[in-house]
Design a protein around this ligand. Structure first.
Ligand SMILES: Nc1ncnc2c1ncn2[C@@H]1O[C@H](COP(=O)(O)OP(=O)(O)OP(=O)(O)O)[C@@H](O)[C@H]1O
Ligand SMILES: [Mg+2]
Length: 265
């Protein structure tokens, strides 16, 4: 039986790592045998085609499915990294064609045609149409924050908006954790959980390598001859496992020296 879960990835703040989390978590779920579709629903500025390396292969997009210009499978790209991973691009230029009903029907048709275990919806930063159109059909949401006060405030605001849509299952990911320089008012993990009142599902460390490899469309979990598994890749695997209800220690799989440092951070 497929799990049929649709998860919104959101934050009221731009640039906190939503698309990074969507791409890498999608791959981690796929590696764990979960048939996963990542939808780029950033209607203003799509980016997942670049992050996943499909920018030269995009013919159709989510709008084409929603407006029934094509069938539910034509705009879904099977990703070469895993037989379980699929990607649906956002339109290059959104002209305001979508409404809640069209988006809901499109997602239902996609689920019916492909029986996905997980659909991850990557939204744009802010509380805009990208969230308002997709939140009504989600039962679960991942709120992404960094340790910066402005992004934590945005996470609190996201939680309030998701409550308004009746999304009961909200999980927090703290991204870019431990980046430097550490300012005096940078909050700890416990303080962030307290401030956002959202249960944590993962901590992704700041990793320059992750960013540099992302520019070459290489995901954290891709192990090549030259690259080793990193803490960030362990973090994404841990989040995937927790979504599958496994109990996993917060920094499981991180290098021991880093683990000690991060716990104190
Ligand atoms: N854990 C991390 N370590 C290092 N760099 C990161 C990390 N997470 C994200 N980044 C970098 O931060 C930048 C913004 O990330 P990303 O595009 O995923 O954010 P976003 O929230 O989707 O932005 P937007 O709101 O514009 O859609 C990118 O350059 C990305 O490589
Ligand atoms: Mg993004």
């Amino acid at each position: 039986m497929n799990k049929n879960r649709t998860i919104l990835i959101t934050s009221c703040k731009g640039g906190v790592g939503k698309s990074t989390i969507a791409a890498n978590l999608g791959f981690a779920l796929a590696k764990q045998g979960q048939k996963t579709l990542i939808i780029d629903f950033d209607l203003g500025n799509r980016s997942l085609d670049l992050i996943l390396g499909w920018e030269n292969h995009v013919l159709y997009d989510f709008c084409d499915i929603a407006l029934e210009r094509i069938g539910a499978d034509k705009a879904i790209i099977p990703d070469k990294r895993s037989p379980n991973l699929f990607f649906c691009p956002a339109p290059a230029q959104y002209k305001g064609e979508l409404d809640e009903k069209l988006v809901k029907t499109a997602i239902e048709n996609i689920h019916k045609a492909h029986t996905f275990d997980f659909i991850l919806i990557d939204t744009s930063g802010g509380a805009d149409k990208s969230v308002f159109l997709s939140a009504p059909l989600c039962q679960e949401a991942i709120i992404v924050t960094s340790q910066q006060p402005i992004s934590i405030r945005a996470a609190e605001k996201s939680g309030v908006i998701l409550d308004e849509y009746g999304i009961g299952e909200q999980y927090l990911v703290i991204n870019c954790f431990g980046d430097r320089p550490r300012s005096a008012n940078r909050m700890s993990i416990i303080e962030i959980i307290d401030a956002t009142r959202t249960p944590i599902i993962g901590v992704v460390p700041y990793e320059q390598r992750l960013m540099l490899r992302q520019e070459q469309s290489i995901l954290a979990g891709e192990v090549t001859e030259k690259s080793r598994a990193t803490n960030a890749s362990a973090a994404f695997n841990n989040i995937a496992k927790r979504l599958l209800c496994e109990r996993v220690p917060l920094f499981c799989g991180f290098k021991r020296t880093n683990r000690k440092k991060l716990i104190k951070y």
